[in-house]
Design a protein around this ligand. Sequence first.
Ligand SMILES: Nc1nc2c(ncn2[C@@H]2O[C@H](COP(=O)(O)OP(=O)(O)O)[C@@H](O)[C@H]2O)c(=O)[nH]1
Ligand SMILES: [Mg+2]
Length: 349
Amino acid sequence: MKIGIVGLPGSGKTTVFNALTGRKAEVSGYTGGKREPNLAVVSVPDDRIEKLADRYHPKKVTPAQITYVDVAGEVSVREEKGSALEETLRHLRPADALLIVLRNFEYPGEPPDPQTEIEALDAEFVLTDLISVEKRLERLEKDASKGKKSDPMELELLRRARDLLNAGTPLRSDTEIARSPLLKGYAFLSAKPCIAVLNSGDDSDMGTVSLSLPADVPVVEVKGRLEMELAQLSPEEADVFRQDFALDMPATMRIIQESYRLLGLISFFTVGEDEVRAWTIPTGTQAQKAAGVIHSDIEKGFIRAEVISCDDLLASRSYADAQRAGKVRLEGKEYPVRDGDVINFRFNV
Ligand SMILES: Nc1nc2c(ncn2[C@@H]2O[C@H](COP(=O)(O)OP(=O)(O)O)[C@@H](O)[C@H]2O)c(=O)[nH]1
Ligand SMILES: [Mg+2]
């Protein structure tokens, strides 16, 4: 999963990036700082995979991974062509979801205004997408006048997208457009699922700000700078601090959980002496399709999936024991994989 971190300059994007990844990227704030994005791949913490690894002592443990990219530039369509915008977009387009960081701490003389910030950013997304849609429509209309045929469905979806954007509506509010395979290639920013990250000051009383956001944009409050400092400590030291500050789950966990929920993703596991590994798939993925996430040959030659829930497996003394107790099921290609399934695919090559 790829997650882009966006926000106005000085909102704390790099601070949140550091909190999420344990990196020490330069926090520069209003000065703008460097232009290159910060990129990091982090493992998704999951106690199920840790327990499975304790059981199997495999040579390799491979948790699910998330790539975070903190784009250095501001998303602003007002910037010149060939400018930071294109660079920023190049990094944001492939993102599966966006974290919108909103400043909720005081700068001297500048009280926080997260509501205005998110509205400004959403307006930028809408405008950026509108420009792409209009360019594309112009192109298709030109082609049509030369007698070249275009996909009428794509044309119709693009027109609908243009109407929404013209009305200032982000494309994510229309699920058909937001999820259409025909429009996927455009990677519209306003179509991406978003999480608002309310970056609160160290001592602010969290939860007092009332943000009015669309229902499809969940809010996660974090004390960005504090979380960044905690991310530099050992897990044990960080735990002590968390208790002292009465902080709940690390921001990392809350943001990851929210991302999985928002994107409708679940994990299944494969186990063995060589490797214990987590795989990420959309909710409802059928067994044969899930096999393809591991390797296309397993999908093609799919025979059956041997399935046991992670909890059942961990509650049994061994896989063989679980099998004897009838806990391991044989499922066909249409079986919808569930979160936490441990799967052994049987396949022909
Ligand atoms: N008090 C406070 N300051 C913060 C917090 N997060 C960021 N800052 C400060 O705000 C400035 C901008 O942060 P930075 O992460 O560089 O913002 P960016 O421009 O969005 O990447 C820096 O001086 C940070 O130390 C926070 O949670 N609380
Ligand atoms: Mg920054």
